[in-house]
Design a protein around this ligand. Structure first.
Ligand SMILES: [Zn+2]
Length: 373
């Protein structure tokens, strides 16, 4: 028996693709914002994976991947259910902006944080209608999702990669059990990332991660609050999908479906993109920034492994006279030189991932679950 499943107006029908709308919020102009939902269900039972994209309105590869993945030919071989939402932020996609104009904040930092609910303070700005909508959608996701992948783009010319979030656990009276469960979840996530087959970049250490609200990203909340294996894919290439990158991500996604038992067949080789085996774990890093207005001449390529002191970029003035050299602060993986060459002070010049020294599981900070003042 397949599992009955309804998301918005889409109801799973075994052996078919179903299309529907999930009503998200009302605009003051009388219009409503819906999120498009596609449910692909095989004729045989199996797990449920949610595939989401389009939360950053200037990142357009994810939707393109979902449209190519979700075909009748796939459904004919599928066990279980795929719930796909290709436009988590329709307003941003319309305006090609990261943030929706009706809630001008990063929408990928608005998902539930797992803290106990607190009474609304009338003196504080309440959650936006988008944040409220995501909380409702998250509750639906929790009911059915066994796995989740959320698709994004980074910068043009970046290597594509997958972000791995650390699994945090509650250091309460059940700490030992919570830790063991977190380790099991992290191990499962590790397997899922490995079959996806892209370069793996760990997220910031937990304190910085929480400080930047990255635990409230789509995959962060799914992993930490939903306790389901989930990751974010970064597909490089900015606005314009790169064919090699989207094909590799499709292969990686189908490999995940094989790994969870939703598809038969051999794992596909991840071809046509650079996959870097660093030999040691690397994590997202504070970026290398220009100290003054400058023109940057990159000296490295995306995917290069560099050592401490290696020259990454020469910064010059508008006449081409040397200002400074940007050097690698440590052994690092170059995700990409920044897009463009003209930079203001504090602009990022090179995006790096550095050696990761922190464990992949850890306790939430001591005051995390305490009520805010
Ligand atoms: Zn993004």
């Amino acid at each position: 028996m397949t599992t009955p499943l309804t998301v918005g107006s889409a109801t799973a029908q075994p052996g078919t693709l179903q299309y529907g709308r999930w009503e998200a919020l009302a605009h003051p102009t009388g219009h409503t914002e819906f999120l498009p939902v596609i449910i692909a269900q095989g004729r045989e039972p199996g797990p449920c994976i949610w595939l989401t994209a389009g939360i950053h309105g200037n990142e357009h590869s994810g939707p393109v991947i979902l449209y190519q993945l979700l075909t009748q030919a796939l459904v004919d071989q599928l066990r279980g259910t795929i719930v796909a939402i290709p436009a988590l932020n329709p307003a941003g996609l319309r305006t090609t902006k990261r943030e929706p104009y009706h809630a001008p904040t990063d929408p990928n930092r608005l998902w539930p944080d797992g803290k106990p609910p607190k009474p609304l303070d009338p003196e504080k700005e309440p959650p936006s209608s988008l944040e409220t909508a995501y909380a409702r959608l998250f509750a639906e996701m929790q009911k059915s999702a066994d796995y989740l992948i959320d698709y994004h783009n980074t910068w043009p010319h970046s290597i594509p990669f997958a972000f791995r979030d650390r699994v945090l656990y509650h250091a309460d009276e059940n700490e030992a059990q919570n830790k063991a469960e977190a380790e099991a979840l992290a191990a499962k996530l590790d397997e899922m990332l490995k079959v996806f087959g892209h370069t793996i970049i760990n997220e910031y250490p937990s304190e910085k991660y929480i400080d930047l609200d990255l635990h409230r990203s789509t995959s962060g909340a799914a992993l930490l609050v939903g306790r389901i294996p989930a990751f974010t894919v970064e597909l490089g290439s900015g606005l314009m999908p790169n064919l090699n990158i989207t094909q590799a991500a499709l292969s990686g996604t189908r490999n995940v479906l094989r790994w969870v038992g939703m598809l038969e067949g051999e794992m596909e080789a991840i071809a046509g993109i650079k996959v870097v085996e660093t030999g040691f774990p690397v994590r997202r890093s504070g970026t290398l920034r220009a100290s003054q207005a400058c023109v940057s001449i990159p000296r490295v390529k995306s995917g290069d492994l560099v050592q401490t002191g290696d020259r990454l970029a020469d910064l010059v003035d508008i006449w081409g006279r040397p200002l400074e050299t940007i050097e690698a602060p440590s052994t690092a993986l170059v995700l990409s030189p920044s897009y463009g060459v003209y930079f203001y002070p504090s602009d990022t010049v090179v995006y790096l991932a550095v050696r990761d020294e922190e464990a992949l599981t850890g306790p939430y900070p001591a005051d995390y679950f305490k009520a805010d003042d």
